[in-house]
Write a protein that binds this ligand. Sequence first.
Ligand code: PEP
Length: 249
Amino acid sequence: MRKNIVAGNWKMHKTNTETVALLNEIMAQLKTPNCEVIFAPTFVNLKTAVDTVKGHHITVAAQNMHQAEGGAFTGEIAANMLTDIGVNTVILGHSERRAYFHETDALLENKVNTALKHNMRVIFCFGEELKDRQNNNHFNVVEYQLRDALFALEKKDWANIVLAYEPVWAIGTGETATPEQAQEMHLFIRELIAKVYGNDVADNVSILYGGSVKPDNAKEIFSKPDVDGGLIGGASLKANDFLAIVNAF
Ligand code: PEP
């Protein structure tokens, strides 16, 4: 059965000291949540975060990784560097990686394969831009992002895939897809996966929504049957906002 997940993507925010402070503030108030709680701090703070959350039911994830096993790639991070410090979940394909660092679906396919080879779980982000939605091309764009990056996977690989539908026009903009728009797309995605991999894979994959999820809209978005949680940017940086979103489940 698929699980509900609320994941905070801290992007390039929070120093090491601030990371510990925010985690402690959240952990002090986190009751037994009805969902998995994930934080993705920046690379240099991952080990500190792993140590800080020890003993709590919290997962620490990376925001990115390189597709190669290692080598002359200045400034990059390999999968085994993450797993070695206890980070076994990685966000791949975030729209900011696609837009500012030119990550393509072909590159992301490589990254996904490398992560899975290392038994990591992937939170795979994708979603249309505003012009795609205005041109009524959003279902097509989403379908091809998934086909190009994920549909060469074997059925068994899907046990380690979490999907995060993030319409680019709703990220960090204050614009949110309506709960109905989110549900419509999530259902489309689940039906597409069912066609390619069968109902068992489709029913078991968690599909998160991302794009300006806040305490005041989380409950309604999460109440939709095909929305299994959220990938949260801005609101994950404030303990009370993030806790309110977690408690929306
Ligand atoms: C994100 O960056 O993945 C995101 C959803 O950001 P925000 O919640 O700030 O829109």
